[in-house]
Structures are given as structure tokens and as C-alpha cells.
Design a protein around this ligand. Structure first.
Ligand code: AHR
Length: 630
């Protein structure tokens, strides 16, 4: 092998490796969004989904009222009427239970309205056996006809994955309640009503260059009424109108019809998350088409104004001055400085001339008012298919900035596509490998699909992505998160339960690329040819001009160990040491089982080189990262 550190063949986009976030598999509600109460505003299909009577309840004790036209976004609330002296209660089950930790503080809050004081509220956190592990009281302080906000906090005396919250109503009277909420206080950056710190940390560890949100198919919706509308996800959370989640489907595993998007994690929070992670925000908006795998409902071409306006207003929300209406809202929400949005996606996996026609309407308006924003457009999921080819041709013809390609394929596809980008047009649209995951067919149980065979093939494929960094500007695995008790799609990059995060072999592969991205791709050749699968070897090399390092990624997908001699052309010192990170498993079906110590995890070592030659043994089925000071 010969690597030439002075032969730079492409610049690496510093934001190349990112993450794809979607509220699928309980990624947001019940996942990264740390709210523990399910159906806090009684707006699910059935108003009392997630809630149970604790008794003894009499007819009329609880009423669900609907404000009708007064509040389109959050019309329902609970009225508790009580003449009896005994207490009555409700229990909330959380999202497959509530994960709580010993010693951690929890904030219970609600909105209430009472004409006169009478009812007080006792809050109890109970463990999976029903034992009280934390409690407090909330005495509603105001008595008038106004809605009031109040909160109290208490500590849990136990760690439990499946706690519940009980609310007891004591005294006599009548009280209206809404937005009944329970949050841990150990959220990401300690933000009130914020995100699960362990989940965000797992993203931060990837040092992602961008975060794409909010999906995925949820951008499109089953039909247009259920599409994702960013404007309904900003402002006070009690005014954000929830919708049923697009992934609340009959195909879901372990999901019941209670999967909604409450939008506590809305567009403001997504931008904030991107900023926290040091990542570019990459929002994707609906293009006037519902998911074509479902209804395929489309907006008439001459009625797209609202959709296009949403895109223009989003740019104002992200980047506009605080004197503009949407810029002011951003400031009012706590961020006067612009978020510095640079890219915007229009449409997700839409296809056909219908997509192109609608996209052109967006393109015209966006280029007219915001030529600084790069437009990302989707070419779909079937790279060898007619739909994909048609879109690719059309998108290039209309000079779209970035084409978003999706690949959910088996390991063989990933191996044979390591050359995919070698012959792409260098002058046309840039590529966003926006959703990819190798789907191993060799496991019977779908949850085992995140196996070593899949990760190995992704590592091999990504050598080709990295080598072609001048064309492929952005890359992200999908989906990102899955909850072990509520998922509908595998494989996924990161699995969680109510208290823990479990990373997969694919996560380690992503992290290897995203945290070792370098600044320039340099040539790595064997007998004058790139390493794209001959003798089962794949490889790419970058130099990092900031850290002054050469970084080699060498993947052996075969059964045989290979001894390689690597000629280190251009390295200053003739002898020295390489840092090595190895990912390996003998069993292609090995996976990191939830709750057990991981089977596939990085192992670090060193190897010496002499005379600018490095002898390195690549084991069978291994992913190898080597770093050498320039
Ligand atoms: O990643 C899961 C889904 O796969 C996304 O929502 C969609 O874009 C793709 O089909």
C-alpha cells in the first residue's frame, strides 16, 4: 500500500458527518424529550390514554372539557369536581413506565383554574411494585377565573425503570387542570423541561457536523393534515398542537396506538440542540405532498403559497433580525442571536413529476429571497430504480444544490457500492447520503439486525464516501434512536431504555468516521488502485492539517488475516508510532445486547513504523483506524 500525504485529492467538508433525527421508535416523545407524563394535555385520540382511575370515583368526578374555538391548539382539559371528603386519584403510566433515579429531583407542574380554593393535590411517585418512592403536595395558590401555572419538586428515593405517577385530589371543590407534567432536573445542560442528558451526550460524542430534523416520513405525514408544521412547534409549549405520529402504525412492533408528537421538542429546541452540538441545523420541510407510501395526497400547484411561506418564515425564524416577526419570536423564546441556518431540505422521499413541479416553486422563491440558503432535495430510496434515476436527472437539470440519497440495503449492496461515488459528476449537485443503514438478513429477530456484519459493510461503504468527499458533502445513518419497548424499525444506531443508552457496532463505525474526518483526502493505493474490495480490502486516507495527523481507515471484510506494508510517503519522521483503534468480532452476527456488556467495542493499541514503512496485520472481519503524526 502507498499513502501519499502530499497528494490531496479532495477537501473534506468540516460538517460532513452528521446525525439524522426523527421521532420514530420513541426517539422524541418517550425518548430524548425528557417529559415523563404521557398525554399531559388530554389531547390523544382518547382523552384519558395513559391515565387510570385510582378510585373510588363517582360519576362526574372527572370531566374532559373541550374549549372549542378558544384554543384550537390545546382544546381539552380535565375538570375535577368533588363533594366527597375522601381523596380520589389518577395514575399516569408514562412512556412504557417512567425511568427515575435515586436522589434525583423531579419537577411536577400543571396549569390550573379554580373559582375558589378547595382541592389540593398530592403527588406520589411509585415504583414498579406500587411502593411510594417520592411525594409532595401542590396547593393551588390562586382562586379566580384565570389559568395559572404552578410547580413543585421532590426527590426519588429509588432508581426504577418503570415508575408511575399518582395524583391524589384531596378536599372538596372544583378545579380545571391541563398540561400535567413531570420532568427530571438532570436534563441536558440542566435546562428546564429539557432533553435526556445521556441521549444527547451520545450524540455529542459523535461530534456531529450537522443535525437533520425532524425526519423522515413524519415530515410528510399519513396525509397532509398530519404533516409536520414547524410553526405549530414553536412558542409556549402549552400552545403547541400535537398530532398523531406518522409511525403510530399497525406495522409497529410493541407500539400501541398512543404514539403522538407533542412537540415539546419543537423547531426552537432542535436549533438549540444543533448549536449545543456544534452542528449545522438541517431542517426538512413538507413540499406539499403527503407520504406517497400512504395516501400520496398532494397540494394543487397553484395553492402552495402557505407551504412556501413556511419555508421563507423558517429562514426568518432562524436567521432574521429580532425586529422581524419570526426573528422576534426566536428572541422571545430566549435566543436573540441568529441560528445561522445555511441549508434547508424540501421534501422527503417524494417522487415523480409531482415532486419536481412543487420543488421548482420552492426553488424559485428560495433563490429569489434567500440565495444564501442551499436547497436539499430527495432522490429517494431505490438507487437502481427508475424513480431514483428520474429524480437524479431532473434534480441535476434544475441545478439543485444538494441531492439527498437514501440507502436501506443488505451488506452486499454496501460492499459493492464502495465505488458508488467514484464517477459522480464533480461539477454538478453535491450529495447528501442522508439515510443509510445496512440491513442484515441473517438474523431471525429484527432487533438483532444491528450486527457486526452490518457495521462492517457500512465501514467498507464509507471508505468510498470519504474518498469522494468532494462530492459527498454530508452523510448520516438512519434511524438514530430506538426504545427497546417501543420501536417499529430496525436496525437503529442507538438503543435506549428508560434509563440507559446502548450503542451498536454501527455507532462505533459512525463515530470512527465523524471524529476522525480530517481536512483533506489523500491517495491510498495498492498496485496503483484504490482499495474498493479487491481481496476483501477497503480503505481510505485523510490528513488532518489542524492536528497534523495522517488517518488511515482499513477494512477487511474477508475471512483471512492480511499482513500489509504501508509506504508512508511524505511523513516527516522516518520512524515513529501509529495509534490504532480496532473494531472486530469473529461472529458476523454478533451484536451489542441491551443490558449486557458490549460484544463489539473499540480496542486501542499502538504499532511502530521504521524507514517510513509500517507493517500492519489486518485481522479477518476487522475495521482498523491508524493515526500517525505527519
Ligand atoms: O429512517 C426511517 C425512515 O426511512 C424515514 O422516516 C424515511 O425517510 C425512510 O424511508
Amino acid at each position: 500500500l502507498v499513502v501519499d500525504v502530499n497528494n490531496s485529492i479532495a477537501k473534506v467538508n468540516p460538517n460532513m458527518w452528521g446525525v439524522f433525527f426523527e421521532d420514530i421508535n420513541m426517539g422524541a416523545d418517550g425518548g430524548i424529550y425528557a417529559e415523563l407524563i404521557k398525554n399531559r394535555s388530554f389531547e390523544f385520540f382518547r382523552p384519558m390514554m395513559g391515565w387510570k382511575n385510582l378510585g373510588p370515583v363517582k360519576e362526574g368526578n372527572y370531566l374532559i372539557l373541550n374549549r372549542q374555538s378558544n384554543s384550537e391548539s390545546n382544546p381539552r382539559y380535565l375538570q375535577v369536581n368533588k363533594k366527597e371528603k375522601n381523596s380520589i386519584g389518577l395514575r399516569n403510566e408514562g412512556f412504557r413506565g417512567m425511568g427515575v433515579k435515586q436522589g434525583n429531583t423531579y419537577e411536577f407542574s400543571l396549569w390550573y383554574r379554580q373559582p375558589s380554593a378547595g382541592i389540593s393535590i398530592r403527588v406520589e411517585l411509585v415504583d414498579s411494585e406500587g411502593k411510594v418512592i417520592g411525594s409532595t403536595e401542590l396547593k393551588p395558590a390562586q382562586a379566580n377565573n384565570q389559568w395559572q401555572y404552578q410547580e413543585v419538586s421532590f426527590t426519588s428515593s429509588k432508581t426504577d425503570q418503570k415508575a408511575n405517577l399518582q395524583i391524589w385530589f384531596e378536599g372538596q371543590g372544583s378545579i380545571d387542570l391541563d398540561m400535567i407534567s413531570l420532568f427530571p432536573t438532570d436534563t441536558w445542560k440542566g435546562r428546564k423541561k429539557g432533553l435526556r442528558a445521556d441521549m444527547v451526550q451520545t450524540l455529542a460524542d459523535l461530534k456531529p457536523g450537522f443535525i437533520r430534523f425532524p425526519g423522515g416520513c413524519i415530515v410528510e405525514g399519513f396525509d397532509l393534515s398530519q404533516r409536520f408544521q414547524w410553526k405549530k412547534t414553536v412558542g409556549p409549549i402549552e400552545n403547541r398542537q400535537l398530532i398523531v405520529n406518522r409511525w403510530n402504525t399497525e406495522f409497529a412492533h410493541r407500539l400501541t396506538p398512543d404514539y403522538f408528537q407533542t412537540f415539546g421538542l419543537g423547531f426552537y429546541e432542535y436549533f438549540l440542540l444543533a448549536e449545543d452540538l456544534g452542528a449545522e441545523a438541517l431542517p426538512i420541510l413538507n413540499c406539499g405532498m403527503a407520504c406517497q407510501f400512504n395516501t400520496g395526497e398532494v397540494v394543487p400547484l397553484d395553492q402552495l403559497d402557505q407551504y412556501v411561506q413556511d419555508a421563507l418564515d423558517l429562514i426568518e425564524f432562524a436567521n432574521g433580525s429580532v425586529t422581524t416577526p419570526w426573528g422576534k419570536l426566536r428572541a422571545d423564546m430566549g435566543h436573540p442571536a441568529p441560528f445561522n441556518l445555511k441549508m434547508l431540505g424540501v421534501g422527503n422521499e417524494n417522487w415523480g413529476p409531482q415532486y419536481i413541479e412543487r420543488l421548482k416553486v420552492f426553488q424559485e422563491a428560495l433563490k429569489k429571497y434567500h440565495p444564501e440558503i442551499e436547497i436539499v432535495a430527495s432522490s429517494g430510496t431505490d438507487p437502481e430504480g427508475e424513480r431514483f434515476q428520474y429524480l437524479d436527472k431532473e434534480l441535476r437539470a434544475m441545478k439543485i444544490d444538494i441531492i439527498d440519497e437514501h440507502f436501506y440495503r443488505d451488506p452486499d449492496w454496501f460492499l459493492s457500492n464502495a465505488k458508488r461515488y467514484d464517477n459522480y459528476d464533480r461539477n454538478g449537485a453535491k450529495i447528501f447520503a442522508g439515510e443509510y443503514a445496512s440491513h442484515s438478513k441473517n438474523n431471525k429477530k429484527p432487533e438483532y439486525r444491528n450486527n457486526w456484519e452490518a457495521a462492517l459493510s457500512e465501514a467498507a461503504f464509507l471508505t468510498g464516501v470519504e474518498r469522494n468527499a468532494d462530492v459527498v458533502q454530508l452523510a448520516s445513518y438512519a434511524p438514530l434512536f430506538a426504545h427497546i419497548d417501543g420501536w417499529q424499525w430496525t436496525p437503529d444506531l442507538i438503543w435506549v431504555d428508560n434509563l440507559n443508552v446502548y450503542v451498536t457496532p454501527s455507532y462505533h463505525v459512525q463515530k470512527m468516521y465523524s471524529t476522525n474526518k480530517g481536512t483533506d483526502v489523500v491517495s491510498l493505493l495498492r498496485d496503483g488502485k484504490t482499495l474498493t474490495g479487491e481481496d476483501n480490502l477497503y480503505g481510505s486516507a485523510v490528513v488532518d492539517k489542524k492536528s497534523n495527523e495522517l488517518i488511515l481507515k482499513i477494512i477487511n471484510v474477508g475471512e483471512k488475516t492480511e499482513q500489509l506494508t504501508i509506504d508512508l510517503k511524505g511523513i516527516k519522521k522516518s520512524a515513529g508510532q501509529a495509534q490504532v483503534m480496532l473494531l472486530h468480532h469473529d461472529d458476523p452476527l454478533a451484536f451489542n445486547e441491551v443490558g449486557k456488556s458490549p460484544s463489539v467495542t473499540p480496542v486501542n493499541s499502538t504499532v511502530n513504523y521504521k524507514g517510513r514503512k509500517l507493517t500492519y496485520t489486518v485481522g479477518a472481519k476487522s475495521v482498523n483506524l491508524l493515526k500517525i503524526k505527519l
